[in-house]
Design a protein around this ligand. Structure first.
Ligand SMILES: [Zn+2]
Ligand SMILES: [Zn+2]
Ligand SMILES: [Zn+2]
Length: 125
């Protein structure tokens, strides 16, 4: 856990991620949290949790932003470079426990990569 202050709103958001083993889209988060806080607060907290390496974000289909819990990331640094999978039938999206190989190029320093696999999940097969 990084420098983020554990306010009530932060805890409310973290509780949702503790209860959910899959990634959660911003659309769903705003929907679930609309009674507790406004959209701006939700976006601000998510951004800070991302900076603190508590959560990481990625883009799913149609450019929708998703968040998932980090594994083994130390405060303010992400170590988890992995692909994500989105089911085209039910929309379920999760982290894949696989490494993504970073290419080694002489004149570019590569820091991040985004891989999104789409297909059919075990429930929809
Ligand atoms: Zn991370
Ligand atoms: Zn599915
Ligand atoms: Zn992930």
């Amino acid at each position: 856990m990084g420098v983020i202050r554990k306010t009530k709103s932060v805890n409310t958001i973290l509780e949702i991620f503790d209860k959910n083993e899959h990634a959660i889209s911003v659309v769903e988060l705003v929907d679930q949290l609309s009674h507790a806080m406004n959209k701006t607060t939700i976006y601000r907290i998510l951004e800070r949790l991302d900076q603190d390496a508590v959560l990481h974000s990625f883009l799913g289909k149609n450019g929708v932003k998703w968040y998932a819990k980090c594994n083994n990331c130390t405060s303010d640094h992400h170590h988890d470079v992995h692909p994500h999978f989105q089911c085209v039938q039910c929309g379920k999206t999760d982290c894949m426990d696989m490494d993504v190989r970073m290419p080694n190029t002489p004149n570019r320093q590569i820091e991040s990569v985004q891989v999104l696999y789409t297909g059919t999940c075990e429930d929809c097969m």
